[in-house]
Design a protein around this ligand. Structure first.
Ligand SMILES: NC(=O)c1ccc[n+]([C@@H]2O[C@H](COP(=O)([O-])OP(=O)(O)OC[C@H]3O[C@@H](n4cnc5c(N)ncnc54)[C@H](OP(=O)(O)O)[C@@H]3O)[C@@H](O)[C@H]2O)c1
Length: 334
């Protein structure tokens, strides 16, 4: 597996990371045994970066990763790097009630995550959304103290805008910014990516398949459970969905000509944007993982990149990437 450096100060990680969210939350039911098998298969294939959030299934995802790490061969477990997001506040009924980036909360979140994961340190630690009531310097400063004490190795950011990235980086070394980036979510190209590149900060890109929308497997008649994020996501609704799936069909022609899959084209396109960008793929099953890993062998020539951008021009998607209330939490969209 090819490895890359996560920013100037971050760890070396596999060129593709595994995002584990869907194994516990937001995409409907997941199979626990298959989830653990998928994590094991990823580690076996050389994937070293596992991404989670303490709020994915209210601790469920961290406990799942902990279980998978404990039952993996020692050599694989030792190579694994776990990136954890914190800060989202949940209700017992699964509701969301804001973010908390106060230093005491940061220490509290970390203490619980270490226990649930069953590890003595977290490799990359980041607040999931910038808390508008707490200066980023205070949140990042609290993580920096955890780094000093050995509980955290690297500081990351998530969905932060360019100005916040600068302020965070002036406080302590930042390894990477985790943010949505795909053929149909290219907002970071304007200000954020130039800023992270100037500062030597890596990108861990999520939603590279736009949550399955541009994977080539999503169909208009798919029934989604009420708790499935996609049941409320603007891009998956009615006319927007039909429009967006037409873009996928245009991509499918390019994929077919090249003898690869749509998902592989979408992941390979993100990989082609630069070595500083590490896609986190949200595979929940081994077959999806195998497909995603195949993207690492796909090289896109200039003419193919041009054809892809013609098939899916910037801004071509219908609908925002989050429902309105959640868009309001995105510092990156201000
Ligand atoms: N920082 C943040 O704010 C943030 C937000 C969201 C996610 N994340 C992180 O990023 C990770 C990835 O995000 P994501 O899951 O939304 O992105 P994604 O990779 O765009 O979407 C994953 C979904 O795509 C579908 N899919 C179809 N073919 C696939 C293939 N070959 N490989 C992988 N998935 C395939 C799967 O749905 P089916 O299984 O239903 O087919 C899967 O649930 C998450 O697990 C999480 O760790 C971070």
């Amino acid at each position: 597996m090819r490895t890359v450096s996560l920013g100037n100060t971050g760890p070396r990680v596999s060129a593709l990371g595994l995002g584990c969210m869907g194994m516990s939350a937001l995409y409907g039911e997941a199979d626990r045994a298959e989830s653990v098998a998928t994590i094991h298969a990823a580690l076996e294939a050389g994937v070293t970066l596992l991404d989670t959030g303490d709020f994915y299934g209210m601790g469920h995802n961290e406990m799942l990763i902990g279980e998978a790490l404990r039952s993996a061969p020692a050599a694989r477990r030792e190579q694994a790097l776990v990136s954890v997001k914190f800060g989202a506040l949940r209700d017992p009924d699964g509701g969301w009630s804001g973010y908390d980036g106060r230093p005491a909360a940061v220490r509290n979140f970390a203490a619980y995550s270490l226990q649930r994961l069953g590890v003595d340190h977290i490799d990359v630690y980041r607040i999931a959304r910038v808390d508008p009531d707490v200066p980023i310097e205070e949140t990042v400063g609290a993580i920096a103290e955890l780094v000093e004490k050995g509980y955290v190795r690297h500081i990351g950011l998530s969905e932060a805008g360019a100005e916040t990235v600068r302020r965070a980086a002036a406080t302590a070394p930042v390894s990477d910014l985790q943010i949505e980036y795909s053929l149909i979510s290219r907002g970071i190209e304007r200000d954020i990516l130039p800023t992270t590149r100037e500062l030597g900060i890596g990108i861990t890109a999520y939603g590279v398949l736009s949550r399955g929308l541009i994977s080539g497997h999503f169909t208009a008649d798919r029934q989604l459970a009420a708790g499935d994020f996609r049941a409320h996501s603007p891009r998956f609704q009615g006319e927007n969905l039909r429009h967006n799936l037409n873009l996928v069909e245009a991509l499918r022609k390019i994929a077919d000509d090249k003898g690869v899959t749509v998902a592989q084209i979408a992941i390979a396109w993100v990989l082609s944007r630069g070595e500083d960008i590490v896609p986190l793929v949200g595979a929940r099953r081994r077959d999806r993982l195998t497909e995603a890993l195949g993207a690492l062998d796909v090289t896109l020539e200039e003419a193919e990149l041009k054809a892809i951008e013609e098939a899916v021009p910037e801004g071509a998607a219908a609908g925002e990437r989050y429902p309105e209330a959640q868009m309001a939490h995105l510092d990156s969209e201000r």
